[in-house]
Write a protein that binds this ligand. Structure first.
Ligand code: DGL
Length: 255
C-alpha cells in the first residue's frame, strides 16, 4: 500500500522512522512543507490552506491513505479535510490520554505548539480525559525552529527549556507529553533539565496503530473492486463495506 506521511517540516520523520520499523512492507511518500514551517505560529486558516494543498499533492501521487504526522496540522485542519476528501486521513493529537492512563496519579505536562495548545481540539481532549485536573499545557515554538536548524542539544536549547519550564513545580509531574513531532529530537536535552521521575509520552505509536487498523480492515477485502453506480468505492467508504461483510460473517451460522 502506498501511504503519504506529512508534516510542516522534519518532525514527522519521527513517525516515518517508526513506520519503517513496524510496517516496512508498505511504500511511503514523505512530504515536509519546508516552505511554510513553522505551522504552529501561523493562523489556523493558513494551516488549513497548506494542508489542503498537501493532501491534493498526495492524492495526485497515488497514495491510498494519509497520515498527518503533525499535531498542529491535525488540530487546525483534520476535521475540514475529512469532510472534503474521501481518502482516509489519520491524524495525531498529543497523547494526553496515554499519559493519564500510565501516570495519572501525578501532574501531566503537555508541550506542543501555540496552535495546538490554544486549539479547541486540545481543550476538548483535556475536558474529556483530565477528570482530576492534572494536566498543564505549555507552548514551546522555539524548539521547532531549533529542530529545523539541526540544533538539538546546545546550551541555547537547554537554556530555552529551563526558562520555559521554570514556572512549573516539576517535582509534581511524572509525565511530559511530546505534543509536537519536532520535539522527539530533544529527549536528551529535556532529560538534562527534567527530574528523573518524569517520563516521556508521545503519540507516534498510537497514530501508527490507527493506520494499521485501517489497513487491516481493508486487507480483508482481497482482490475485490467495489463500485457504487459506476463510481469506484475508495477510502473510508470501504470500511462501511467491511462492516457489512463483518455482519454477514456473524449472520452466516444463524439458522
Ligand atoms: N511538527 C508539528 C507538530 O507536530 C508542528 C511544528 C510547526 O510548528 O510547524 O505539531
Amino acid at each position: 500500500m502506498k501511504i503519504g506521511i506529512f508534516d510542516s517540516g522534519i518532525g514527522g520523520l519521527s513517525v516515518l522512522h517508526q513506520a519503517l520499523k513496524i510496517m516496512p512492507e508498505h511504500q511511503y511518500i514523505y512530504y515536509a512543507d519546508e516552505k511554510n514551517v513553522p505551522y504552529g505560529e501561523k493562523t489556523k486558516e493558513q494551516v488549513i490552506g497548506y494542508v489542503d494543498e498537501i493532501i491534493q499533492f498526495m492524492i495526485d501521487h497515488g497514495v491510498e491513505a494519509i497520515v498527518i504526522a503533525c499535531n498542529t496540522a491535525t488540530s487546525a485542519a483534520v476535521k475540514i479535510m475529512r469532510e472534503k476528501y474521501t481518502i482516509p486521513i489519520i491524524g495525531m493529537e498529543p497523547a494526553v490520554k496515554k499519559a493519564i492512563d500510565l501516570y495519572g496519579d501525578y501532574r501531566v505536562l503537555v508541550c506542543a505548539t501555540p496552535i495546538t495548545v490554544n486549539g479547541k481540539k486540545m481543550h476538548d481532549l483535556v475536558d474529556r480525559v483530565d477528570k482530576k485536573n492534572l494536566v498543564d499545557l505549555v507552548a514551546l515554538p522555539q524548539l521547532v525552529r531549533f529542530a529545523e536548524k539541526q540544533e538539538f542539544d546546545s546550551e541555547a536549547v537547554k537554556n530555552y527549556l529551563k526558562e520555559e519550564l521554570s514556572c512549573f513545580d516539576l517535582s509534581q509531574y511524572h509525565s511530559l507529553v511530546l505534543g509536537c513531532t519536532h520535539f522527539n529530537y530533544f529527549k536528551d536535552s529535556f532529560r538534562a533539565v527534567l527530574p528523573l521521575q518524569i517520563h516521556f509520552v508521545d503519540g507516534n505509536l498510537g497514530t501508527l496503530n490507527h493506520l494499521k487498523e485501517y489497513i487491516n480492515a481493508n486487507s480483508l477485502l482481497p482482490g475485490v473492486e467495489y463500485y457504487y453506480s459506476g463510481q469506484k468505492v475508495e477510502g473510508k467508504e470501504l470500511m462501511r463495506i467491511q462492516a457489512y461483510l463483518d455482519r454477514l460473517d456473524r449472520m452466516i451460522n444463524i439458522e
